[in-house]
Design a protein around this ligand. Structure first.
Ligand SMILES: Cc1cc2nc3c(=O)[nH]c(=O)nc-3n(C[C@H](O)[C@H](O)[C@H](O)COP(=O)(O)OP(=O)(O)OC[C@H]3O[C@@H](n4cnc5c(N)ncnc54)[C@H](O)[C@@H]3O)c2cc1C
Length: 389
């Protein structure tokens, strides 16, 4: 019998596996795909996410981002620059492979190409079934992404409610020189040209990630919106991006509603499986890594105490709330406000550089959304009161 079975070896599962194995637990990771595998993602890894990993191989860093450029609906742009690095870009295929190798080096057993299909509970164990075998453990961490089998089979959640979004993304090879001249070497671009979310262009070493994402109820036809977005960016940058796109991927993103159930007897959900994504930016990697880390710590504690009851594992909910979930609730308030008053919010960011730079510091991890919202209210109470009205 294993101490912990981790379903899904993305960032949340890998970090949970690494931390639990390092503490001496017997850990099994069951991953549906074979490594190296792709995951639709912009690959933007914020400084706060890097801090959780504790630094990554230089090779994995494709670009270091110090600037963000915002485009308004008429394609006017303005740029905010920080002295400190806000984020790096990576390719998920490489990052996720590196993270799972690190977990394996720490002692975790990894079975890739083996999907979790079912979960059954015994008196002193959980039994996890795959098409190849079944395995027992004291506790299961469900880090199997937005369509989590663990969430469904454990009865924690059968379907997402309202707080779900959709993204569509493509990687386009342009070469370093062209990227440097038409995007920039250290700048991420955000296009708020609709009210349903935003489009992005992130520079990588020799390709870009281009995509659109937003609340699915606000963006009913994402395929058409993506097509139009690519055309508009092509025109704006005078590059035919359309003909260079070979593959486009769509993927759900859990984007709000942070009072969801995330645990039960012998089960913890982490990362996308728990719905931990910034509802304004769609940043999920930091929250996946942080919740994976906390899940491992709670599992280690539970093994020590020999108590895997829902009541005892409530510690996980408390820790997540304290470390980042209260902040996601503030991010949701900010997102709802910003998308309902997009023109005004963009004007404030454009006219008041301090507000823009403080927001970039929030993304970097120097301040929380709660602090940022409060800071904005204090900066100009009259303006913000008018906006609220
Ligand atoms: C288009 C797009 C762009 C994004 N861009 C960014 C970005 O730039 N920066 C950022 O921070 N976030 C971004 N996100 C969000 C980010 O990708 C996710 O929040 C993050 O991947 C969550 O990590 P995770 O480990 O929880 O889940 P995942 O990365 O989804 O990993 C889950 C793993 O579980 C495996 N799995 C699934 N089902 C099973 C099963 N039944 N049994 C075993 N294994 C299973 C999957 O194969 C996968 O490897 C983006 C999301 C999308 C959709």
């Amino acid at each position: 019998m294993y101490d912990v079975i981790i379903a899904g070896g993305g960032p949340s599962g890998s970090i949970a596996a690494e931390r639990a194995a390092k503490s001496g637990l017997d850990v099994l990771v069951l991953e549906r795909s074979r490594y190296p595998r792709d995951k639709p993602c912009g690959g933007g890894l914020s400084q706060k996410a890097l801090d959780v990993i504790g630094g990554i191989d230089k090779e994995l860093i494709e670009r270091e981002l110090f600037c963000a450029r915002i485009f308004t609906s008429d394609y006017q742009s303005f740029t905010g620059i920080l002295d400190d690095r806000i984020a790096v870009t990576t390719t998920r295929r490489n990052l996720d492979h590196w993270l799972i190798n690190r977990a394996e080096d720490s002692g975790a057993v990894v079975h890739d190409g083996e999907a979790v299909k079912d979960i059954n509970f015994g008196k002193d164990y959980v039994e996890v079934a795959t098409p190849k075998n079944s395995y027992r453990s004291r506790i299961v961490i469900g880090s199997d992404g937005v369509n989590s089998t663990v969430a469904k089979k454990s009865g924690i959640r059968t379907r997402w409610g309202d707080g779900i979004g959709l993204c569509r993304e493509a990687e386009v090879e342009l070469g370093k020189t062209l990227i440097d001249s038409c995007v920039g070497s250290d700048v991420a671009e955000f296009y708020f040209v609709e009210t349903w979310g935003y489009g992005w262009v992130f520079p990588k070493r020799d390709h870009i990630s281009i995509g659109v994402g937003g609340w699915s109820k606000r963006a009913p036809n994402l395929k058409a919106l993506f097509g139009r977005f690519v055309k508009d960016v092509s025109l704006q940058k005078k590059i035919d991006l359309e003909s260079k796109i070979t593959q486009v991927n769509s993927h759900l993103i859990p984007a709000g509603g942070f009072d969801r159930k995330i645990h039960s007897d012998r089960v913890l959900l982490a990362g996308d499986a728990a719905g931990f994504v910034d509802p304004f930016l769609g940043e999920g990697l930091y929250y996946a890594l942080k919740s994976g880390e906390i899940a491992a710590e709670v599992a280690i504690n539970a093994v020590e105490l020999g108590d895997f009851s829902e009541r005892s594992l409530h510690e996980y909910v408390v820790r997540c709330e304290k470390e980042f979930n209260y902040n996601l609730k503030s991010a949701l308030k900010f997102a709802n406000f910003a998308y309902d008053h997009l023109g005004v919010v963009l004007r404030v960011l454009q006219k008041d550089e301090r507000v823009f730079l403080e927001y970039l510091r929030t993304v970097r991890g120097d301040m929380t959304y709660t602090d940022f919202n409060r800071w904005c209210l204090l900066r100009s109470p009259v303006t913000f009161a008018k906006l609220m009205l």
